[in-house]
Ligand binder design. Sequence first.
Ligand code: NAD
Ligand code: ZN
Ligand code: ZN
Length: 387
Amino acid sequence: MKAAVFHKPGEITYDTMPDPRIELATDVILKVTSTAICGSDLHILSGAVPQKEPMIMGHEFMGIVEEVGAEVKNLKKGDRVVVPFPIACGQCFFCRHQASPACENSNYKHYGPDGDLADQKGAALFGYTDLYGGYSGGQAEYVRVPYADISPRVVPDNMTDEQVLFLTDIFPTGWSAIDWAQLKGGEVVAIFGSGPVGLMAQKAAWINGASRVIAIDPLNYRLEKAKAVNKVDTLNPNEVDVVEAIREMTGGRGADVCVDAVGFEPERSFLEKVKATVHMEVGSMKVLDMAFRAVRRMGTVSIMGVYGSPYDNFPLFRLFDKGITLKMGQAPVLNHIDKLIELVKEEKVVLDDIITHSLPLSQVAHGYDIFNNKEEDCVKVVLKPGS
Ligand SMILES: NC(=O)c1ccc[n+]([C@@H]2O[C@H](COP(=O)([O-])OP(=O)(O)OC[C@H]3O[C@@H](n4cnc5c(N)ncnc54)[C@H](O)[C@@H]3O)[C@@H](O)[C@H]2O)c1
Ligand SMILES: [Zn+2]
Ligand SMILES: [Zn+2]
């Protein structure tokens, strides 16, 4: 079959790979109909999330069940499903406690309680390095889905792939960022990063009762997209002092909730890069620093952007003095997906309005180029296998 294969930092190509097969009786094989490129994939492309061996990329995918393992009860050949990106067994302590990103069984080589840099990660993720389980991803014609009775969800026939594809990751992810802050209604929510995850968090903030949603991004075309699809206020950190602007909008207090939808690879100056090298840091926590300052006292900061390094001068004093609540981690997609499918079905939310590019899988290298380099006003790339 054909697939998008990571070889080394900077190199993801369209290659021929062996077809996946049923390995355990609880697996299904999916014929992928649509898949997307995520900001998380860019951390692998850059080398900041390391991977040594060639690997099939992709954790945002959906498709048609092609082959069913002997013990699978909930799915049959021909079912059309979306697949959440964390791989969960459904049986272990964490799966039984609504904490599927901490599943004890799916990442059987590198799971552990520690959360180290080079070992002891949480649940396995599709197409997300050997440390996260070494499973092949779904930017491919076919993909093996383990524990098939647990996570995949059948989607309505009358909806297009594009309408439901983002239930695999970015909509539940943006939703989780807001859910962690438990809005009561009327909150000001500032969302750093207006890429796909930020855009989905903006949608979730409105649905959960925010009175004002502010999008922050250095790329004006992404802010324009946010205004067009989500009717938010916008701030460009290259044009205004974001923290001061947010305080001005909130009687000097700061936002009730700040979401980091950027992560450890924000836009950075040469000097910032030199400083990171001196401190042996990978990437930067500059966006988090800004969120800690922009949030009001006793407010909540949700960290959805990925972080994979220790940071010197972490401002614990500020967090303590302001009494900030911090929530972060891989999104617990399974906790929200059923409710979110209903929201999509009832047309209470539209997800496909963020798509800017739909390409054949054969053009995956170009897809990564424009998404990574923010060219052609790219916001979200959907890939179609078999074309
Ligand atoms: N926790 C999870 O479960 C989960 C799931 C999906 C994605 N993620 C992570 O979320 C992050 C965002 O993903 P995405 O797909 O939207 O990626 P993306 O790279 O398209 O979006 C990041 C956005 O941040 C903006 N940005 C850069 N520097 C900034 C700054 N200083 N201030 C404000 N904005 C800035 C960029 O211009 C870009 O628009 C990534 O780190 C990704 O790995 C986490
Ligand atoms: Zn993703
Ligand atoms: Zn489990």
